[in-house]
Design a binder for this molecule. Structure first.
Ligand SMILES: Cc1cc2nc3c(=O)[nH]c(=O)nc-3n(C[C@H](O)[C@H](O)[C@H](O)COP(=O)(O)OP(=O)(O)OC[C@H]3O[C@@H](n4cnc5c(N)ncnc54)[C@H](O)[C@@H]3O)c2cc1C
Length: 391
């Protein structure tokens, strides 16, 4: 896939416009009512942004991965939930594009995704395995009609009720080990979603992510040819951590900007005397810079490794440690910046209806450390550190 600066720029200009014109004005209501950010996703569809990463020969926009990451940042600055919906969809798209191995069903699927701007949700976590994506309970079960069926207890399916298709991890077959996993892509008309819980959360309310029992009947060709462990190591995990960390950076950046606007307004009221909180803002800038540096170096290393023939570096322990650290660092630093912004703005930041409100930012970023529990990632890292030659 070629990288075109002009194509990336046009895509980012359009996303920035959507972030300002659709995501920002609806963000508070989306949060308050825990409703799907329909206006933003519809505007992204109109710009054909849902197929932005799909290769041109399949009808997509063929933008670069770094452009997708920047788009998550831009949307995050205006509405964390919109950015998360966009990021999750793109994680699925990138995983399919990088691992379809020329499979006819998946090429045809990407064509229809581009033509119809289909939105993909995911059911990777599961009741019984928690956030451990490397094990599944539910299995692909061949039926007598040549189709395959599955039933999965999914505790959290973001925008499941609004998606066109579902990306699901499963055991390869009824006799397979929990770690012998595949990914399937089930279309909405093949899938039944039985709600099992609600979504009334502290933050990321607009992602609308209740639990479901997912039942589907799919053709065997809807199983992605690449085994899930490879999809996970080379694409799904690093791409998730990079796109999520970009949108968390976007949320934290907007919180910082609000704190800066607060200090500037205070300075205007009393010209000549820097307000005492100005120093606190400087401390906050240092915290934001740390986050920015971590996020951009994580992206740069992924791009380097992805550009190598065979992408083998992405399957090394050193690479797993690197992307795990990105997730841990960014997910802890983003709420820290938002809390710092609240410290600068005081009650004006704590209130929900001022130009300096950062409550939504803080609540949204508080989901970051538990979206794949950091303790679980630390446990994986601890095992890797015992045996990895290089870190
Ligand atoms: C906003 C949001 C949207 C989401 N959307 C989706 C989606 O669309 N699709 C999807 O499949 N999933 C989604 N998830 C779920 C997510 O992917 C994880 O599965 C989920 O957040 C983990 O749930 P858990 O805390 O019950 O899991 P667990 O990982 O089981 O953790 C439970 C508790 O145990 C602790 N813990 C776990 N392992 C260890 C350990 N080794 N050592 C010490 N403590 C440990 C954790 O810290 C935590 O306190 C979403 C989550 C969020 C927050």
């Amino acid at each position: 896939m070629s990288v075109s600066v002009g194509r990336d720029q046009a895509f980012l200009d359009a996303v920035r416009h959507i972030a300002d014109a659709h995501a920002a004005p609806n963000a508070d209501q989306v949060d308050r009512e825990a409703r799907f950010p329909a206006e933003t996703i519809e505007a992204l569809r109109e710009e054909r942004a849902l197929s932005a990463f799909v290769p041109g020969e399949l009808g997509g926009g063929e933008v670069s991965f770094q452009a997708l990451a920047s788009a998550c940042f831009e949307l995050g600055r205006r509405c964390g939930a919109s950015a998360m919906v966009f990021a999750m969809h793109q994680i699925q798209v990138v995983s399919i594009v990088r691992h379809l191995q020329g499979a006819d069903w998946f090429e045809e699927y990407l064509r229809s995704l581009a033509a119809e701007q289909r939105l993909i949700a995911s059911a990777t976590s599961e009741v019984g395995t928690g956030g451990d994506m490397g094990r599944s309970v539910a299995a692909v079960t061949p039926g007598e009609d040549g189709m395959c069926a599955f039933e999965k207890q999914a505790p959290t399916v973001s925008y499941g009720a609004h998606a066109d298709d579902l990306f699901v991890t499963l055991r390869r077959g009824p006799q397979a080990e929990p770690s012998d996993q595949v990914v399937v892509l089930a279309r909405k008309d093949q899938t039944e979603l039985e709600p099992t819980s609600s979504w009334d959360t502290l933050g990321m309310r607009g992602t609308c992510s209740p639990g479901y029992v997912v039942r589907a009947s799919i053709a065997p060709g809807q199983v992605l040819p690449t085994p899930f462990p490879k999809v996970s190591a080379e694409s799904m995990v690093p791409v998730s951590h990079i796109l999520w960390s970009h949108l968390w950076l976007g949320i934290a950046t907007d919180a910082f900007e609000r704190a800066r606007a607060f200090v500037r307004a205070a300075a205007k009221r009393d010209p000549g005397t820097p307000p005492p909180v100005a120093t606190r803002l400087s401390h906050l800038m240092s915290e934001l810079s740390l986050l920015r540096a971590e996020v951009s170096s994580g992206l740069a290393e992924f791009l380097d490794a992805s550009g190598e023939p065979g992408r083998e570096r992405l399957s090394t322990m050193a690479s797993a440690l690197r992307v795990n650290n990105l997730k841990i660092a960014a997910s802890e630093q983003a709420p820290r910046v938002c809390q710092g912004a609240m410290g600068v703005c005081g009650i004006m930041g704590y209130k929900n209806d001022t130009p300096f409100s950062v409550g939504r930012h803080l609540r949204d970023t508080m989901s970051a450390p538990l979206m794949l529990a950091n303790e679980r990632i630390h446990q994986t890292n601890a095992s890797l550190l015992l045996i990895a030659k290089e870190v």
